[in-house]
Design a protein around this ligand. Structure first.
Ligand code: SF4
Length: 527
C-alpha cells in the first residue's frame, strides 16, 4: 500500500505539471480510500482488531455514536460517560496522530455507517469480528468484511476445540490448560510453587483494622465535560468525579497504581467485602480490558514482571492470573460456544419481577444490599463477590426472572458487555441453564455474607436467624429456595449436603411462612 501511495504521488506530480492535479487527486483519493475501518466502542486499541491492519495513509477510521445505543436502556451514567468519552478521546487522539477519522452521531450504528459510506462510495467496510452476537449479525447483514478479533488470548476456534472435548465445562480445567498453553507461572509442565490454585489462602475476611489505601481518581477534561453535559436524561446513577479513566494513558496509570499499591494484598483479600473501602485491593482494570484501552496480554505481562521483583506472594499473582487468563477468557469463550439463545434459559422457572431495591437502595433495610447498591449507584462498579454473593444470590433465592436481572446487570455496570453478563448471570448467578456452567447453584444464607463482609453488625437483621421479624432475609430465603426447588436439586450429588440440611430442618413450615413475608416485603421495598 505504501508503494502504491508513492506511485500515486509521482502521478500527482506529473498531473500537476499538466494542469490536471485536482481532478486526478480526487479520482485517485476515491480509489485509494478503499477501506473504511469501523471501530466499535469496545475495540479502542491501536494495536489490535481492525486497527492492526489499518494504514494511516490510505484508510479512513470510523466510529459511530448511535442514539439507540445511548438511550435504548436505562444505562448507568458512569457507564455512558466511560464508554462514550473513551471513544471520543480515542478518535481525537487518532486525529492528532494524523489518521483520517470520522466520528459520526446517528440514530443507529448501521445508519451511521451508511452515512459515511455514502461519502466514500465503493469503499470496503472493515471491522474486527464484534464482541456480541447482535452487532456481528447487523454488520454481517450490512456487508462488512471481518478481520480477526484478537482482543482475547484465546480465539473462538481454539476455545471451541477445548469445549468440544469436555464432558463438563469446568473453569479450573480450562484455566490449567491456559497456564500450560501460555506458559504462565509454569515450571516445565508443573505449576510454579507446586499448586494450581491458592483459593484456600485467598479467602480471608476483611480484617477489623486494615489500610486499604485510596483508589486512583482522574480529572475531567473538556471532552469528559462535554459528554457529561449530554447524557443525563433518562440515565440512572450518579456521575460525580472521575472514577474511570477515559484514555489509554489513564488506563495505564490505573494499571501502574494497582501493581504498585494493591497487587501484593490482592490475593488474600480478593473475596473480602470491607465496609471502609469500595475497591479493596482490586485492580479496577476490567472496564479498560473490556473497552480495549488495555489488552489482556500486556496486563498479564505486567503482573509477571512485577511478580519477578520478588515481593509479591504467589497467591496474589496466581489469583490475578486466574482472573485474566482463566475466568475472563472462559466466560468469553462460553458466550460464543453456548450460542445466542442461551440467554433465554430459565430452568428454575423464576418469574419474580426485578425488586425495587435494585434501582433504589432506600427500598431495603438489608444493610449488605443497601451498601452494595449504593456503591453501584455511586460509580457503576462493585467487585465480583458482592456481585455474586449479595446481588446475584438475592436474585437467585428470591426467584427473580434471570432475564430481568440480566438486563439490570448489563445496564448498571461500567464494565458490562453481553459476553460478560450473559454467561455470568444465566449460568453462574441464577443457575438458569440447569447446570451447564456450574455444577451447583451459588446460593447462600446470611452466614457467608457475615463471614466475608462487615455489613451484619449494623444491620437490623440477624444472619443466624431464619424465622422471626429480625431473621436475615438471606438465611430465610436460602432454605425456602432449596425447598421450592427440592425436586431439581435432590438428583444433584453436589447438593447432597444442602438437601440433607433441609431435611433436618425442624421448623420448615415457619421458615416458609417467614419467606412469604420476606418476598412480599422485598416486592414492596420494605424488607
Ligand atoms: Fe445482609 Fe443478612 Fe447480614 Fe443484614 S444480616 S447485612 S441482610 S447478610
Amino acid at each position: 500500500m505504501r508503494a502504491m501511495w508513492f506511485v500515486i504521488r509521482v502521478a500527482q506530480e506529473v498531473a500537476t505539471r499538466l494542469g490536471l492535479r485536482e481532478v486526478l487527486f480526487r479520482t485517485m483519493q476515491a480509489s485509494l480510500m478503499s477501506r473504511l475501518i469501523y471501530i466499535p466502542f469496545d475495540q479502542l486499541n491501536r494495536d489490535y482488531g481492525a486497527m492492526k491492519i489499518a494504514h494511516k495513509d490510505s484508510d479512513h477510521i470510523v466510529l459511530v455514536e448511535s442514539q439507540r445505543m445511548l438511550t435504548g436502556r436505562q444505562w448507568h451514567r458512569q457507564r455512558l460517560q466511560f464508554l462514550v468519552s473513551s471513544a471520543r478521546h480515542f478518535a481525537d487522539e487518532l486525529k492528532h496522530e494524523g489518521w483520517q477519522v470520522t466520528y459520526v452521531h446517528s440514530a443507529t450504528t448501521i445508519e451511521g455507517l451508511r452515512t459515511i459510506q455514502e461519502q466514500h462510495p465503493g469503499a470496503e467496510l472493515v471491522c474486527a469480528v464484534p464482541n456480541s452476537f447482535k452487532l456481528k449479525q447487523q454488520l454481517e447483514e450490512h456487508g462488512a468484511t471481518f478481520v480477526e478479533n484478537n482482543f482475547f488470548l484465546t480465539s473462538r476456534t481454539l476455545f471451541e476445540l477445548w469445549a468440544q472435548k469436555q464432558s463438563t465445562f469446568t473453569m479450573e480445567n480450562f484455566y490449567r490448560a491456559q497456564r500450560k498453553r501460555l506458559a504462565i507461572l509454569m515450571d516445565g509442565s508443573e505449576p510454579v510453587g507446586g499448586a494450581w490454585n491458592y483459593d484456600a489462602e485467598n479467602r480471608l475476611p476483611p480484617p477489623k483494622v486494615h489500610d486499604w489505601g485510596p483508589p486512583l481518581y482522574f480529572t475531567f477534561d473538556d471532552i469528559d465535560n462535554q459528554v457529561a453535559s449530554e447524557h443525563s436524561e433518562g440515565a440512572w446513577g450518579k456521575l460525580e468525579g472521575k472514577t474511570w479513566g477515559t484514555t489509554r494513558a489513564e488506563a495505564l496509570a490505573q494499571m501502574k497504581h494497582f501493581f504498585t499499591h494493591h497487587f501484593k494484598e490482592f490475593g488474600p483479600f480478593e473475596d473480602a467485602m470491607p465496609d471502609g473501602s469500595w475497591s479493596g485491593h482490586h485492580s479496577l482494570l476490567s472496564p479498560y480490558l473490556n473497552n480495549g484501552l488495555l489488552h489482556a496480554s500486556e496486563v498479564v505481562r505486567a503482573a509477571l514482571n512485577r511478580f519477578a521483583e520478588g515481593d509479591i506472594p504467589l497467591s496474589s499473582c496466581e489469583g490475578f492470573a486466574r482472573q485474566i487468563i482463566g475466568w475472563r477468557e472462559y466466560i468469553n469463550g462460553m458466550y460464543w460456544f453456548l450460542g445466542e439463545k442461551y440467554c433465554d434459559n430459565n430452568s428454575l422457572n423464576a418469574t419474580r419481577p426485578l425488586l425495587p431495591l435494585f434501582h433504589d437502595p432506600e427500598k431495603t433495610q438489608m444493610n449488605c444490599v443497601k451498601s452494595v447498591v449504593s456503591d453501584i449507584n455511586e460509580r457503576g462498579w462493585t467487585h465480583h463477590i458482592p456481585r455474586l454473593m449479595v446481588l446475584s444470590n438475592l436474585a437467585l433465592i428470591a426467584g427473580i426472572s434471570p432475564q430481568e436481572f440480566l438486563n439490570w446487570m448489563r445496564e448498571v455496570f461500567v464494565d458490562a458487555s453481553d459476553w460478560v453478563m450473559v454467561p455470568n448471570v444465566i449460568g453462574m448467578a441464577t443457575y438458569a441453564d440447569d447446570g451447564v456452567l456450574m455444577t451447583k447453584p451459588y446460593a447462600a444464607g446470611g452466614a457467608y455474607i457475615s463471614n466475608m463482609g462487615q455489613f451484619c453488625k449494623s444491620c437490623i437483621y440477624d444472619p443466624k436467624k431464619r424465622t422471626g421479624d429480625d431473621a436475615c432475609p438471606f438465611t430465610t430465603l436460602y432454605w425456602d429456595f432449596l425447598d421450592r426447588n427440592s425436586e431439581t436439586f435432590s438428583s444433584n450429588h453436589r447438593m447432597f449436603q444442602q438437601m440433607g440440611g433441609l431435611r433436618r430442618l425442624s421448623n420448615l413450615p415457619d421458615v416458609k411462612d417467614r419467606a412469604t413475608q420476606v418476598l412480599e416485603g422485598l416486592d414492596a421495598g420494605t424488607i
